[in-house]
Each structure stands twice: as C-alpha cells, then as structure tokens.
Write a new protein. Structure first.
Length: 296
C-alpha cells in the first residue's frame, strides 16, 4: 500500500465523517422544526376549537335574538294595523251615533219594552175570551205596536252595531295596550343578547386572528422543516456516494494487498522449490507453503 493510497482512504474517510456530521445536524434541525410545527398545529387547533365554541354560542344568541326581533316586527305591524282598525271603527261610529241620536229625538221608546208589550197582547188575544169591543181594541193596539216597532227595531239594530263596534274597539285598545307593554319587555330581553353577541364576536375575532397567526407560523415552520428534510435527504445521498467511493478505494487497496501477497508467496514458493531440489533444508513455513500449493 502506497502513501497515496493511504492518503486517499483518509481523505474519503474524513469527507464521509464530515458529511455524516452535517446529515445528523440537518436531521436534528429538521426534528426540532417538526416538533415546532406540531406544537403550532396543536395551538392553532386549540384556538380554532375555542373560536368555534364562541361562534356556536354567538349563533345560539343570534337565533334567540332573531326570534325576539321577529316577534317585535310582528307586534309593531299588528299595533299599526290595530290603530288603523280602531280609527276605522271610530269613523264608522260617527254616522251610527248621529242616526241613533236623531231617532231618540223622535222615538225614544225602548225596543224591548215595545216587543214585550206586543208579545203580552198577542198572548192575551190567543188565550183570553174577550168581548168584541175589547178584542177590536186589542187588535188595533197590536197593529199600532207593529208600526212603532219598525223604527224601534231600526233603532235597536243601530244600537247593536254601535255596541259591537265599541266592544271591538275596546278589544283593539286592550291589545294595543298589551303590545305597548310587550315591546319594551322584548327590547329589554334583546339588549343584553346583542351586547353579549358583540362581546363574544370581539373575543372570537381576536382568537381567529391569533389562530391565523399560528397557522401562518405553522406554514412557515413546515416549509422550513420540509426544506431541512430535503437538505437531509440530499446529504444522505452524498453520504451514500462518499461511502461508495470509500468502499471502492478500500476494495482496490485490498486487491493490491492480495496481489502483492500472492506474488510474494509465488516467489517464496519458487525459492523453496529450488532449495528442495538442491537438497537444502526447508523451513517449516516454506514446507507448509509447498504443501498448500501441491508442490510436494
């Protein structure tokens, strides 16, 4: 083995050690980056989960407030409709009241009194034996009552319409009063819901921003880890190539040693054969060598 051969082996050995050291360093850096990537992913996921909890709570509050808002809108619409109906009833009552007042000026006998007297006279006519003059007087009175009942009946009908409209107006006013009282209650219920939604929305936005930052850091760390892994893979390729070169040099050196040893043995064997033929005494090593080569 020459000094050049030894130098070449040392060169490749040192180069391999340096490349393997660099590969291990890349591996450590990659593993550290992978750990950071995993940590950032966990922290990001935890933030996203917390943000989702806030968003779910916000959706619940918004749904609850939406029901309140829907009821408020319906009540406001109903209140306006009831006011319109109440105004219409008041307009309808004016001519009815005027007509009733005019009838009272000319005919203020209660309808029910006239109707009761009519029924009593008809019953008396049917069930009592009367003299002719009494019967005639009774029939004339019944006929007169029928004439009086016409305007009285008209008056009663108008009075009934007035009563019905006033009853409807009272119901509308009661409903309007209920709505007026209900609207502030609903608004009072809605106010803390809106405030809570605003509060949670602020927190959710902060968490989402933090999660986005964590995700950006995660992507950056992952890119660095992938790049470091690629460097590690390239370095492994260099290690493999350098090992191949080193193994090649060592193989060549082993072949040189083997060839040199073989030549030396052949030369020694030739010398031993000459000594044996000359009758000189052989050494034990010379004797063994000739035996191995089948020369004895």
């Amino acid at each position: 083995m020459t000094e050049m051969d030894i130098s070449l082996v040392e060169k490749f050995s040192l180069e391999l050690a340096e490349i393997e050291a660099e590969a291990r360093e890349y591996q450590r850096e990659r593993d550290k980056l992978n750990e950071r990537t995993s940590l950032l992913a966990r922290e990001r996921n935890e933030l996203n989960n917390k943000g989702n909890e806030y968003f779910q709570e916000i959706r619940k509050l918004k749904n609850k407030n939406r029901h309140i808002s829907t009821e408020l809108a319906e009540l406001r619409f109903e209140k306006e409709a009831n006011f319109e109906q109440l105004h219409l009833i008041r307009e309808e009552l004016k001519p009815l009241q005027e007509a009733l007042d005019k009838m009272k000026d000319h005919h203020n006998i209660p309808y029910h009194s006239l109707r009761r007297e009519q029924r009593d006279l008809e019953w008396k006519l049917q069930t009592t034996v009367l003299k002719m003059e009494e019967e005639r007087h009774l029939v004339e009175r019944i006929a007169a009552l029928q004439q009086e009942l016409k305007p009285a009946e008209e008056q009663e009908n108008i009075r009934t319409e007035i009563i019905q409209r006033r009853k409807r107006a009272r119901a509308l006013r009661a409903r309007i009063d209920f709505i007026k009282a209900r609207i502030p209650e609903l608004m009072a219920q809605s106010r803390p819901l809106r405030e809570k939604v605003m509060e949670l929305s602020g927190k959710a936005n902060e968490i989402r921003k933090a999660a986005d930052e964590k995700h950006s850091a995660f992507l950056e760390a992952k890119a660095q880890a992938d790049a470091m892994h690629q460097k590690f893979i390239e370095k492994l390729k260099q290690v493999k190539a350098c090992r191949g070169q080193l193994y090649g040099v060592k193989g060549a050196l082993r072949k040189k040693r083997s060839d040199a040893t073989r030549r030396l043995l052949n030369k020694t064997a030739e010398s031993a054969v000459d000594k044996w033929k000359a009758g000189e005494k052989l050494t034990m090593d010379e004797f063994k060598l000739l035996v191995q080569k089948g020369l004895l």
